[in-house]
Design a protein around this ligand. Structure first.
Ligand code: ATP
Ligand code: MG
Length: 425
C-alpha cells in the first residue's frame, strides 16, 4: 500500500459528528449577532505580510514567531492571516466602508499561527469575530460586551465564564506609564527572564502578562496603569462600568490585562474560564481607535472581539452543554427489486418537496432487506420506508419504526407525508 500522507501538525480535520456541533454553534453565533443588526463580512485568508506587521506590532508573539509567512511566486511576502481585525480594517478601508460611517460587522473563519499545538491551541484554528466602527463612546463597548454575555447565555455556559476588564488609556497615557514601568523593571532586571528583558524597552506592557511566577511576584509592586490614565479614558471606563452594572453584567477589573496585540487602547476585555486548563481565554477584545488611520484610512474609532471557536466547542463538550443536535437522517428509504428501486428515489423526491426540512436518505447499492435495514439503523433514521414489488403494485408503502417498539404499518403516500411531517415537527 502507498504511504499515507498526514495532515500538518496542529491542523485538524473536523469530522461528521463534530461538524454537527460546529454547525449548531455557528448557527447560534449567527442568530445572536444578527439580533443586534451586525452584518457578515468575508475576506481573504492570505494577505500582505506588512498588514500584520503594521497593525499587530513587530514586537508581539504573533509577528515575532507565529506567522505563516512565505514568498509568493513573484517574490511578494504573503502571510496566512493570524487574526481578523487587521484584515477587516484593510477590507473596510479598501472598500470605503469606514469613511464617515458606522459599520457593525462580524466574520468567522480559519486563522493560522505557528504555536506549539496542545489542547485549545492549534496552528489552524477558527475565530468568530465582531468589529464595530465609527462610534467613540462607551455605549458601543458595552453593547459588544452585552452581546458576548448573551452568547454565553444562549450556549448555557454563563456560570462558567467570567469577564475581566481593563482600560489601557490613550496612547499618550500609555507612553507615560511605559516610562514609569521601564524605570521599575530596570530596578528588577535580575529577576527578568530573556523574554522580559527583550521586551522591556520594545514593548514593556507585555511584560505584565508574563507567565513567569518570579516576575509576577515582583510585578505586584509595579506602578499601575490606572494611576496614569488620562481623564477622558477614565470617564470612558467609568461609563462602561456603569452600563455593565445597569445590565447586570459582572466583571473583574484586572490591571494586568494588556492584551498581546499593539493596536488596543482604552477598553480591553477577556472572557475567561477555569474549565479548559491553561488555554482559558475563550474570547478577547477591546477598543482600537488608532488602527484604521494607522492602516491608511481616515481616523475612525472602533471596538471588537475575537472568540476562539475550538475553545468554545471544547468548553461546551467539557460542560456537557452541547445540547440536542439535529438528526442527520429522519427517514431511510429501502427498496427491493428493480422496479421498486427505480420508483423509490422518485417518491423520496416527492417527500422532500412536500415535507419541508425532512431529511431522506435513499438506499443505494442494492442488496437484500437485511443489509438495507442495517444501513437504515446506522443512518440514525427514525423510520424506514419499505418499497417492495407488492407495495409498488398497490401504490402504498410500509413504514417500519426503527427506534421504538411499534408495529409496522402500510400507508398511502399521502398518509406517509402526514406521518413524516408529524414525526419531525
Ligand atoms: P493566548 O493568550 O491564548 O495565546 P491570544 O491573546 O494570542 O491568546 P487573541 O489573538 O486575542 O489570542 O485571539 C482571540 C482568541 O482566539 C483567544 O482568546 C483564543 O480563544 C483564540 N486563539 C488564539 N490563538 C489560538 C490558537 N492557537 N488555537 C486556538 N485558539 C486560539
Ligand atoms: Mg497567543
Amino acid at each position: 500500500m502507498a504511504k499515507q500522507i498526514q495532515a500538518i501538525r496542529g491542523m485538524n480535520d473536523c469530522l461528521p459528528g463534530d461538524t454537527q456541533i460546529w454547525q449548531k454553534v455557528e448557527g447560534i453565533l449567527r442568530e445572536t449577532v444578527a439580533s443586534y443588526g451586525y452584518q457578515e463580512i468575508r475576506f481573504p485568508i492570505v494577505e500582505s505580510t506588512d498588514l500584520f506587521k503594521r497593525s499587530i506590532g513587530e514586537v508581539t508573539d504573533i509577528v515575532e514567531k507565529e506567522m505563516y509567512t512565505f514568498a509568493d511566486r513573484n517574490g511578494d511576502s504573503l502571510t496566512l492571516r493570524p487574526e481578523g481585525t487587521a484584515v477587516c480594517v484593510r477590507a473596510g478601508n479598501e472598500n470605503g466602508l469606514l469613511y464617515n460611517q458606522e459599520q457593525r460587522l462580524w466574520y468567522m473563519g480559519p486563522m493560522f499561527r505557528h504555536e506549539r499545538p496542545q489542547k485549545g491551541r492549534y496552528r489552524q484554528f477558527h475565530q468568530f469575530g465582531l468589529e464595530a466602527f465609527g462610534v467613540a463612546t462607551a455605549d458601543i463597548d458595552a453593547e459588544v460586551i452585552l452581546l458576548t454575555a448573551r452568547l454565553w447565555k444562549a450556549f448555557g455556559i454563563s456560570d462558567y465564564v467570567r469577564l475581566e476588564l481593563n482600560s489601557l488609556g490613550s496612547n499618550e497615557a500609555r507612553a507615560n506609564y511605559r516610562d514609569a514601568l521601564v524605570a521599575f523593571l530596570e530596578q528588577h532586571i535580575d529577576v527578568l527572564d530573556e523574554d522580559a528583558k527583550r521586551r522591556m524597552y520594545s514593548n514593556p506592557l507585555r511584560v505584565l502578562d508574563t507567565k513567569n511566577a518570579d516576575i509576577q511576584a515582583v510585578l505586584v509592586d509595579a506602578p499601575k496603569l490606572s494611576e496614569h490614565l488620562d481623564e477622558e479614558s477614565r470617564e470612558h471606563f467609568a461609563n462602561l462600568c456603569e452600563r455593565l452594572d445597569a445590565a447586570g453584567i459582572q466583571y473583574q477589573v484586572n490591571e494586568k490585562l494588556v492584551r498581546g496585540l499593539d493596536y488596543y487602547n482604552r477598553t480591553v476585555f477577556e472572557w475567561v474560564t477555569d474549565s479548559l486548563g491553561a488555554q482559558g481565554t475563550v474570547c478577547a477584545g477591546g477598543r482600537y481607535d488608532g488602527l484604521v488611520e494607522q492602516l491608511g484610512g481616515k481616523a475612525t474609532p472602533a471596538v471588537g472581539f475575537a472568540m476562539g471557536m475550538e475553545r468554545l466547542v471544547l468548553l461546551l463538550q467539557a460542560l456537557e452543554c452541547v445540547g440536542e443536535l439535529r438528526r442527520d437522517v429522519d427517514v431511510y428509504v429501502a427498496a427491493m427489486g428493480d422496479k421498486a428501486s427505480i420508483a423509490a428515489p422518485v417518491i423520496a423526491e416527492e417527500l422532500r418537496t412536500s415535507v419541508a426540512g425532512l431529511r431522506v436518505m435513499v438506499h443505494a447499492g442494492g442488496g437484500n432487506f437485511k443489509k438495507q435495514f442495517k444501513r437504515a439503523d446506522k443512518s440514525g433514521a427514525l423510520v424506514a420506508l419499505i418499497f417492495g414489488e407488492d407495495e409498488l403494485a398497490q401504490g402504498v408503502v410500509t413504514v417500519k419504526y426503527l427506534r421504538e417498539e411499534k408495529e409496522q404499518v402500510t400507508l398511502s403516500i399521502n398518509e406517509v407525508k402526514t406521518l413524516l411531517a408529524d414525526l419531525i415537527a
